[in-house]
Design a protein around this ligand. Structure first.
Ligand code: COA
Length: 163
């Protein structure tokens, strides 16, 4: 696909090794990948959008075809505005499927030019989630297997500052 643009959306609150695996694989498949720090109306976010964007950027200095942005509106509209033809999501387990399926169908309805593609998560990240990382950090646990070293201390400092 020439000049192909894909978007990788999520709350990234914070970004984890699981997300980074998906972003890296997407960057190998598309000419340009835009990581979209988006708003999930069902969640109360811990890190500000700017903090989440900065943390992702710190983790991927070598991925030159990846851009990281914050967007608070509808993902389908963002995809249309930036000319993306694909939304890339990681599927961890069957339990993710129903919700992801619903989002994919809704996004397709809102923007028929965009396809949602699911990448199977690496086995070692199947159990991982941002809330689990936050919970472990808040209890002074070791998060070094779940997030890159570049942002480990940022996460701990931010969570401790909220206590
Ligand atoms: N590896 C490890 N963990 C992963 C993962 C992966 N590859 N992919 C997702 N996760 C985790 C996430 O960290 C998240 O953990 P949490 O629940 O502890 O925060 C969980 O799995 C769920 O991820 P996801 O389903 O991607 O939800 P999200 O909140 O990260 O992102 C949005 C959802 C932001 C993409 C969605 O709400 C959206 O598109 N919002 C924009 C507004 C809009 O268009 N709404 C209509 C949508 S149809």
């Amino acid at each position: 696909m020439k000049n192909s643009i894909a978007i990788c959306p999520g709350s990234f609150d914070p970004v984890t090794n699981g997300h980074l695996d998906i972003i890296t694989r997407a960057a190998n498949m598309f000419d340009k990948v835009i990581v979209v720090v988006a708003y999930n109306a069902n969640k109360k976010h811990c890190f500000t959008p700017d903090e989440r964007v900065e943390m992702i950027k710190k983790c991927i200095p070598d991925l030159l075809n990846v851009e990281v942005v914050h967007f608070d509106g509808l993902l389908a509209s963002y995809a249309a505005d930036c000319g993306a033809t694909a939304i890339i999501k990681g599927l961890r387990a069957m339990s993710d499927f129903e919700y992801e399926f619903q989002m994919a169908l809704t996004n397709k309805k809102l923007n028929p030019n965009v396809e949602t593609l699911f990448l199977t998560t690496d086995a070692q990240n199947m159990y991982l989630s941002s809330s689990m990382v936050r919970q472990i950090a808040s209890m002074n646990g070791d998060i070094s297997s779940f997030v890159p070293e570049a942002i480990r201390q940022d996460i701990i400092d931010r969570i401790n500052s909220k206590k």
